[in-house]
Design a protein around this ligand. Sequence first.
Ligand code: NAD
Length: 486
Amino acid sequence: MEDFQGLIGLRRAFRAGKTRGIEWRMGQLRALLKLVAENEARFFEALEQDLGKHPVEAYRDEIGVLKKSADHALLNIKKWMAPKKGHLPLLLFPARAEVLPEPLGTVLIFGSWNFPISLTLDPLVGAISAGNTVVVKPSELAPVCSSLICQTIPLYLDREAIRVVEGGSDVADKLLQQQWDKIFFTGSPRVGRIIMAAAAKHLTPVTLELGGKCPVILDSFTESDLKVVVKRIVGGKWGPCAGQACIGIDYLLVQQKQALHLIESLKACIKKFYGDNVKSLQSICRIVNKNHFDRLCSLLEEPSMAASVVYGGSLDRENLVIEPTILLDPPVDSPVMTDEIFGPLLPIITLDKIEDSIDFINARPKPLALYAFTHNNKLKDQILQETSSGSVTFNDTMIQFICDSLPFGGVGQSGFGRYHGKYSFDTFSHEKAVLHRSLYLELEPRYPPWNDFKLEFIRLAYNFEYVGLLLLLLGLRRRYTSSRGR
Ligand code: NAD
């Protein structure tokens, strides 16, 4: 692929129609499932090496998600590929309309390092289902997973249609100089801008799966409910990739009077789930590399932070581990509250009343995910009506990611476009409008020379479908009587 000969081959394969048929698409999805099944242990090993991910977490967030996605596509692909009937105005009778999904062509997928298997291969499921040829670039920041993907894909999938290109931003830059039919990017808003600028040169459509600060709104709860709530917050914040997750909890909003009790409950749960010694934490990932580790440390080392840390803050530099850390009311203009954290630090911001959380969220860029723990339907409505985010989940965290029936994607600064389930198929398809007309029944008022009657006819025909039909019938009657008179 270095000289991009591979790209020419992919284009040729697409033009030859190799990837269009359902057999090819289903065959590739089955092959991908086989790849995952036969290499599961290697994937576990790679995820352990790149991120210290435990196999349970690896299966829950990556391997299982990918399998589920490919299975779902296999089950539904025939339905997704079928043309959908379109409704037509009676004026056009007799005619037939359909919306025909067609593959876009040769597409480019940029994977991400935090879920280096699922966030690289799940978009591939969509691209294959939609019948495209594909170049996949895994993230260089998860090198063992990137290399494993690069080794295994050519052994299982069609080499003439699916290629893996490894490398960093230099390779990404070279890839972006090529013309693609779609670019699907998962990463930061900073690089998202570079992708979009490169795509603009060729008017290439893009999907940008970006990040941002995802808030949790925590309303008041009974003691027994709070136990569940706390588990879901701790599991959602520190569980998936130690907080290095785009839909991970970034900060938490709670009423001031509840904060101290909440912090005590969070501490107890953290200790139970992960332990309390930074040297022997278990079931939690490490930070991906030294750069990200230093970035997170610098957030903690801000002079204003010392007074905010109410739990954790210990570091294991050698093993790139940061203890789950809770910050109470850090200044809202400090980097921990202005930048995306993407790590195991949880700022808690206290408010006078929980309804103030709406203004707090609206004063910041639109998040990828918003979580709210509440039984209050009025507050739920207010959140839905008065805030904007890629998704809203009530009374849980992160689980929206595994719902194939829900679109996954951002809005505003958290990105645009969406995927998962049928949305993945749509993201990599063009919906072609097809109209089949008959040569019978010609409506003369659509043609010049113009007169007042024709203007009136067209006005009525657009406004009232039944008038169109009536006029059609009148036209028919005239034709019938004139032919009898001949
Ligand atoms: P990043 O944007 O730095 O890198 C992503 C990709 O861009 C990599 O493949 C890299 O090779 C490429 N790249 C880097 N610099 C480039 C350049 N100058 N030109 C061209 N390509 C370049 O992302 P990251 O920091 O590795 O990941 C963290 C970000 O990704 C966070 O903002 C997070 O929220 C976001 N993210 C979003 C999702 C989602 O599904 N929405 C998932 C995971 C991560």
